[in-house]
Design a protein around this ligand. Sequence first.
Ligand SMILES: Cc1cc2nc3c(=O)[nH]c(=O)nc-3n(C[C@H](O)[C@H](O)[C@H](O)COP(=O)(O)OP(=O)(O)OC[C@H]3O[C@@H](n4cnc5c(N)ncnc54)[C@H](O)[C@@H]3O)c2cc1C
Length: 292
Amino acid sequence: MRILQLYDKPEPTISFEFFPPKSAEAEATLFTETVPSLQELGPSFISVTYGAGGGTRATTLRVVDRIRKQFGIEAMAHLTCVGSTRDMLAAVLDEAHSLGIENILALRGDPPKGATTFHMTEGGFGHANELVAFVKSQGRFGVGAACYPEGHVECSDKKLDWDRAAAKVDAGAEFLISQLFYDHRDFLEMEDYLRNNRKVTVPIVPGVLPFLTAEQIKRFTALCGAKLADGLKKKLEALAHDDEAVRRLGVEVCSDICRKLLDHGVPGIHFYCLNRVPSCREIVNNLGLAST
Ligand SMILES: Cc1cc2nc3c(=O)[nH]c(=O)nc-3n(C[C@H](O)[C@H](O)[C@H](O)COP(=O)(O)OP(=O)(O)OC[C@H]3O[C@@H](n4cnc5c(N)ncnc54)[C@H](O)[C@@H]3O)c2cc1C
């Protein structure tokens, strides 16, 4: 089923994002523990990231395929421009299509490990809007793209970056999923700009990352340029020695953000679950969204 149809439903569309497991053991855990636990929460779909440089291509497609066929949960493959020519990207899309995969999240991608800046591959694409148009032109997939409530880290003007999110919609993106953020007003400001200044009508979905540890959340927010309010930073510092307390704080903070945004009318929540279930389960339960 196309993801766009899932966002058409009246109830909030809850989705979870995985990264491809890095070992056979991790893959076994994903399918024997993680996916079955998340299945109890009644996800609308699961998405699987695509590693920098395309190194996870086979795993990404295999995991998406298994989630769809073994668990009957819709799943979407991420795809990036990093290190790929058009022909290489076309081959990934052919493989995805042959497996019956129907949805692609089209991204430029982060620079591969060791590199600090993105370089366009000769014969490939320099920006996500080009990949969106390429995937869309095939007519075989539902296509989504990324957006950034605080602006993308490489772009000094957040409104210019939001214009570029609108360009991805113009190129064919049927929905936008946001980068993580910890002040719901940043999401609302971006959404208002896209809706009112750029007349974007597609679903715009908040991406939410529960906390694992204080160090992890500081690193992730620094990497993607998301801010942590001073009060939240202080709380994290005070609890830094206690991972479980940090995790619980994340459940509280993320439940509050999700509640405010669902009350506002967002079509769903996309959880960056990092292949872990407990915090997502608690947030979904706090919001009264679990299907069982
Ligand atoms: C929901 C979500 C899922 C993600 N999944 C993955 C994943 O699976 N694998 C992975 O490697 N990364 C992933 N990322 C990270 C993403 O690849 C990075 O944030 C990357 O740096 C930008 O990708 P993009 O698709 O937003 O690129 P773009 O939209 O191309 O934007 C990149 C930069 O270029 C600028 N820009 C955009 N279009 C133009 C244009 N036409 N002309 C000039 N400048 C332009 C933007 O303002 C921005 O600064 C994900 C991000 C999100 C939010």
